[in-house]
Every structure is written in structure tokens, then in C-alpha cells.
Design a protein around this ligand. Structure first.
Ligand code: FAD
Length: 441
């Protein structure tokens, strides 16, 4: 068996980032992916009738000039630049985003209670800064940051739908810029007539004009040595061999993996029991995506809508034809609904057909779809690994798993190698970093 100096496992953002750095360094390498095309989570599904959907609405809002340049080169500058429009659905109301900066749209009694609570929690939060316990839960954080009324009415409900578990079971180390906390002045002003400035960590974004998000990556299929339909099934880190589902075995010098850690550990020969059991503690959510093509273009102005009602199965929708008109035939709209489950906390018991029917019923109830709308496409697809769940097992389990991989000489990168909430640009850069570290050693 001839040894391949560098093998990259997975061809999502991270795997391709690793390949990009290896190519730049003139290294010899081969990438392998179990799917039949590149892109991983950043893939796009192009239906015959002219509709295109990503695997979960993907937009590039990176501020990293290098990643911007790579993407732009790959589509030869053919991308749309837009501002992200977001709103929220709650109990029959469409509320501007974020709700905490737009209280004026809520019932008067609720506004009064939110402000009263917030005032109290404001003091509580600043006192809490110095003595915040390290085991603080997301639920605590929400209470302290927004007061109990707002926390219980909005983010705690949404958090459970999205993360599939109660906010009491979640840590806070993933929040970053994701949750805006207005000052008390901003909050009060947002309850008065007028408009409030809208803070959002995502301002502008780029999206390919045609072909969906994966167009940002697709040219790599021709530039790098990539082998698809190659699911890795056995890894012997001592002999440095990798076997695939089709029986082929290869020998490698260095392995850079971007595949989910529990899957990686499960195929590693000689992985100790404590590592195996730690890897099984790494919780993640699975998303079912219901893709709808609609024979009417003006279904909504918002590119993304969040749903706060518990009895609505959808967590959020995105409208790909608003990212780029190239995603739908003229006069038509696209709606993609995200519905979250997890093996650990909320296994899926619905059939794909049930999920489609429930999504359509919910969207009619919210008046996003009309009874007489023509549904030209209805499909449900699953992404098994959607988001990492930041529960209290994550950090100790990661320590064990990463420690073992470091010892075994296996490099890891990407959202499911670092087991975090990396966005596409961060995943790409983490792949580049892993490759550079491998080259350096
Ligand atoms: C619903 C949703 C919406 C998102 N929206 C955005 C957004 O708008 N903007 C943004 O920047 N980020 C977004 N993200 C995050 C983004 O998807 C990730 O950052 C990125 O795709 C992670 O890339 P990755 O290469 O680390 O992982 P992946 O894309 O998951 O790549 C892993 C690859 O490994 C392959 N693989 C797995 N097992 C094996 C095996 N045994 N053998 C061979 N190959 C294997 C898989 O097929 C896959 O191609 C979103 C994520 C989700 C879930």
C-alpha cells in the first residue's frame, strides 16, 4: 500500500479548509467523504423543478477577508449582497427582531411586567458578574439578563425547541454575541411609539447568485483530490490505516478528521472504554428540514422567522428565494422549516410525511401560507448532526476524547471535531489551522 502523506476525512467547510492549506503548501493529500458530493452541511439540494434549498438556510456573514476572498473567487464574484431581515412569530403576532428591542408590539400588561422584572434583574445581573458560579445554567443567565417574565415567555421556550432540552440543562459558554441584552433605557424606549435601532451581530451577508450556498465551495471538487461515496469504517491509528465501507484500505501519514467525534471514536481500533463512553456523552441535535416550493412569491418579507409558541412544531423558517432569487422559479417562493430533535433528549417519532403535513398546517395557522396556495414542492430531509448541545457533560467528555485523539496523533477540526457552534468561516479556518499544525509537525 502506498502511503498518502495527508488524508482529510470529510469535505465540509473544515475538510475543505484543511485541503486549501495543504494545497497552498504543495503537500500531497486526498480528501474522502461518505456523501456523494462535497460540502457537508453546506451542501445545497437542487430540485428538478427549479427550487434550491441548503441543508439549513446558510448565509455567509463572515468578516474574515480571507474567507470572503476564497468564496468570492469560487463563484467568480457572482454573489448577492443583502441585509438580513428577521422577524418573530408569537401568539398570532409578527414581531420585529429582537423582541427585547421591540416591546411596543406586545400586550400592555406584558410590557409592564417585562420592564418591572428587567429593572430588578438589571441590578441582579451586575451584582452577579463578580460572583457568577461556573455552573450557571442558560436558564439562570436568561433570568438574570432579561428578568423572569421575558425569559419565560420567549427565549426559554425557543431555547427548548432549538436545543431540544430545558434551558436548565444548558451551559452559557456558547452564547457569545448571539443574545442581545439591551440597557434599561433601550428597553423602555422600545415600548414607546417610534422605532428602535436594531442590533444584530449579522448585518450584511453574501450568498451565491445561483446554485445555492454550496456554489461557494463547489469548484474545490475540481481543484483538490476528492473521493466521494467513501464512508470511513475502520481506523487503526497505530498502523495508520483507514478502511472504507467499500472495503478499500489506505495507509496515511497524517490524518485530519472533520467527522463527528462520536463517529470517529467508534471506528478507532483500540479506543479505550472510557473514551468510548465519553464520546457517547457528546450530545447533538438533529434537524428535519421541510422544504416547500410555493406558487406565490410574496409569502413573507422576512428571510428568517423564529417561532416561540410551544404548540408550533417549527423552530424557525428561512426563505431561500430571498437570499437569492436564483433559488426559485419566477413568481414562486421557497420556505424551509427547521424542526429539531435529539437522540439524547427528544427522539423523533414522526414520519417525514407527518412533519410535512404539520409544517404546512402550522404555516397556514400563522398566515404565512394561504389555504389556496399551490404547493409545488414538499420534501423533508434530515441532517443528523445539526448543532452541538452545550449540556454539562460536554466539557469533561471533550477533555477525554480530545486527549485521546492527541495521543493517537489524529488531528481534528470543524464544528464536529472541536464540538462547538462554529459557523462556516470558523469551520474553514479551523481546517486550515489543523492542516498547518500537521505540516508544521
Ligand atoms: C440549520 C443550520 C444552519 C446554519 N446556518 C449557517 C449560516 O447561515 N452561516 C454559517 O456560517 N454557518 C451556518 N451553520 C453552520 C455550518 O453549517 C457549519 O459551520 C459548517 O457547515 C461545519 O462544517 P464542518 O466541515 O465542520 O462539518 P460538516 O459540514 O458536517 O462536514 C463533515 C463531513 O464529514 C463527512 N463524514 C461524516 N462521517 C464520515 C465518515 N464516516 N466517512 C467519511 N466522511 C464522513 C460528512 O459527510 C461531511 O461532509 C448552520 C448550521 C445549521 C445546522
Amino acid at each position: 500500500m502506498e502511503e498518502v502523506p495527508f488524508v482529510v476525512l470529510g469535505t465540509g467547510m473544515a475538510g475543505l479548509g484543511a485541503a486549501y492549506a495543504l494545497k497552498a503548501a504543495g503537500a500531497r493529500f486526498v480528501c474522502y467523504d461518505k456523501n456523494n458530493s462535497v460540502g457537508g452541511h453546506s451542501r445545497s439540494l437542487r430540485y428538478d423543478n427549479g427550487f434550491t434549498f441548503d441543508e439549513g438556510g446558510h448565509i455567509s456573514f463572515t468578516k474574515n477577508a480571507h474567507v470572503q476572498e476564497v468564496f468570492s473567487e469560487n463563484v467568480r464574484g457572482s454573489y448577492v449582497e443583502s441585509r438580513l431581515t428577521i422577524d418573530n412569530y408569537w401568539q398570532g403576532l409578527r414581531l420585529p427582531h429582537p423582541i427585547q428591542n421591540n416591546l411596543r408590539h406586545l400586550p400592555a400588561e406584558l410590557i409592564v411586567q417585562i420592564i418591572a422584572d428587567y429593572k430588578a434583574s438589571d441590578t441582579c445581573a451586575s451584582e452577579g458578574q463578580t460572583s457568577r458560579p461556573s455552573h450557571q445554567t442558560y436558564a439562570d443567565w436568561l433570568h438574570r439578563s432579561y428578568g423572569p417574565t421575558f425569559a419565560k415567555t420567549f427565549p426559554m421556550i425557543y431555547g427548548k425547541k432549538y436545543h431540544t432540552t430545558d434551558t436548565e440543562n444548558l451551559t452559557t459558554d456558547w452564547i457569545g454575541p448571539r443574545m442581545y441584552r439591551p440597557t434599561i433605557e433601550e428597553l423602555v424606549r422600545s415600548a414607546l411609539p417610534g422605532t428602535t435601532p436594531i442590533p444584530n451581530y449579522i448585518d450584511g451577508f453574501r450568498y451565491p447568485k445561483t446554485g445555492g450556498f454550496v456554489s461557494f465551495l463547489e469548484p474545490f471538487s475540481d481543484t483538490f483530490r476528492i473521493r466521494v461515496n467513501k464512508r470511513a469504517t475502520h481506523l487503526d491509528p497505530k498502523k495508520r490505516t483507514l478502511q472504507f465501507a467499500d472495503g478499500e484500505t489506505i495507509s496515511y501519514g497524517t490524518l485530519i478528521s472533520s467527522i463527528p467525534l462520536p463517529d470517529l471514536i467508534s471506528i478507532m481500533k483500540g479506543a479505550p472504554d472510557d473514551v468510548l463512553s465519553a464520546s457517547k456523552k457528546l450530545a447533538f441535535s438533529t434537524v428535519w428540514l421541510v422544504n416547500l416550493g410555493v406558487g406565490r412569491a410574496d409569502v413573507s418579507d422576512a428571510m428568517v422567522t423564529y417561532f416561540y409558541d410551544e404548540d408550533i412544531i417549527i423552530s424557525r423558517i428561512n426563505l431561500p428565494h430571498l437570499f437569492s432569487p436564483g433559488n426559485a422559479p419566477d413568481g414562486c417562493a421557497t420556505i424551509q422549516a427547521e424542526i429539531y430533535f435529539s437522540d439524547r433528549f427528544k427522539p423523533c417519532v414522526d414520519s417525514p410525511q407527518d412533519l410535512i403535513q404539520r409544517t404546512i398546517a402550522d404555516l397556514r395557522r400563522c398566515k404565512i401560507l394561504r389555504e389556496d396556495d399551490r404547493i409545488l414542492l414538499a420534501d423533508a430531509v434530515v441532517a443528523r448532526h445539526a448543532n452541538v448541545i452545550y449540556d454539562f457533560d460536554r466539557v469533561p467528555a471533550l477533555r477525554v476524547v480530545h486527549g485521546y485523539l492527541d495521543e493517537a496523533g489524529v488531528r481534528y477540526c470543524g464544528r464536529f471535531g472541536h464540538w462547538d457552534h462554529a459557523w462556516t468561516d470558523q469551520a474553514f479556518v479551523s481546517g486550515e489551522d489543523a492542516a498547518r499544525a500537521a505540516l508544521g509537525s
